[in-house]
Design a protein around this ligand. Structure first.
Ligand code: 8YV
Length: 323
């Protein structure tokens, strides 16, 4: 797209090298090379001269922020599949195009769901801490025994792309797949998974619950004391979706009481300010939101954003458009 006056893009976070290269080939850009949080003044200055915004999920684009955007800003692309940080209705009202990065991170996130599941089930945190502290005094038949997956039941909440990719992996570990979704999948997509139209029927029969639904008004704090009480004693909660799905206070209580065996978490409420009580626990296998963190996936996510920008500035519909 070699034009004399190229569209100007404000990029709020540092991008992978290959993505930056392609961006700078086709656009003028204000980059955030240091990847530090932009102040409101820096953001406003960048917005004032931008035709498009290339953002990530750390800034909330609520109705107030979106309605205050000057007319020069015509498109916002987010380096994420999740779009709970963007008020899509407000974007629609403002006439702003919005695009995200579906599909390309499905497999990477499903890998991390399995890592969280295994880390929680096999007491990885306690094991590592024992080794790292030099406290391992040798093998015992009863030492660090965890939950074996073969023959257990996994309940997936949200059987979209990531939920189905998690199910594919979990079958290989001998887990029986149950799922709760707004709609039942067809037999081909279900691959024998057992559908529950209500969480109330699924939670008491599964040994592990894995969350892979988006954060919406309906799913925010879905996992609260009532949800956790409905889970089987000794079961495991895995969350690779969004921290907002879980009431962390109630989760802590369920772990402290011993009702849950463990949790595996890649996402937290109020990231990056993680509740220290959660990560201090031996029964919480935790990761700093690395679900999509592979070179291929992060490049592909960046390219989706660029594909969206290219399409928009060439007058075509966004290939990964939300609005
Ligand atoms: C992003 C994510 O990398 O895509 C998502 O929804 O949660 C992550 O994989 C992160 O949100 C940065 O935008």
């Amino acid at each position: 797209m070699a034009t004399s006056k190229q569209p100007r893009i404000l990029v709020t976070r540092r991008l992978p090298e290959a993505v930056t290269e392609r961006l700078l080939r086709d656009y003028d850009a204000d980059l955030n090379a240091d990847d530090r949080p932009l102040s409101d003044a820096e953001l406003a200055a960048g917005i004032a001269r931008a035709d498009g915004l290339f953002v990530a999920s750390n800034i909330k684009w609520d109705a107030e922020r979106l309605s205050a955007l000057p007319d020069n800003v015509k498109i916002l692309v987010t380096f994420s599949v999740g779009h709970d940080h963007i008020d899509l209705d407000a974007a629609r009202r403002r006439g702003l195009k919005v695009g995200n990065t579906p599909d390309v991170l499905t497999e990477a996130v499903a890998d991390i769901a399995m890592l969280c599941l295994l880390g929680a089930a096999r007491r990885a945190v306690e094991s590592q801490r024992m080794l790292h502290r030099g406290e391992w005094e040798g093998w015992h038949s009863t030492q660090l025994v965890g939950m074996e997956l073969t023959g257990r039941k996994l309940g997936i909440v949200g059987m979209g792309r990531i939920g189905r990719a998690t199910a594919r992996r979990a079958r290989g570990f001998g887990l029986e797949i149950h799922y709760h979704n707004r709609q039942r999948l067809d037999a081909e997509a279900e691959q024998g998974a057992i559908y529950h139209d209500r969480l109330e029927t699924m939670l008491p029969v599964v040994d592990i619950v894995s969350l892979s639904c988006p954060a919406t008004a309906e799913t925010t704090r879905l996992v609260d004391a009532t949800f956790l009480r409905a889970m089987r004693p000794g079961s495991i909660l895995v969350n690779t979706a969004r921290g907002a799905l879980v009431d962390e206070h109630d989760l802590l209580a369920a772990l402290e009481s011993g009702h849950l065996f463990a949790a595996g978490l890649d996402v937290f409420d109020n990231e990056p300010h993680v509740n220290p009580k959660l990560v201090a626990r031996d029964d919480v296998f935790s990761l700093p939101h690395i679900g999509s963190a592979t070179v291929n996936t992060r490049n592909a996510m960046g390219f989706c954003c660029l594909d969206n920008l290219d399409a928009f500035f060439q007058g075509r519909p966004l290939p990964f458009g939300l609005v």
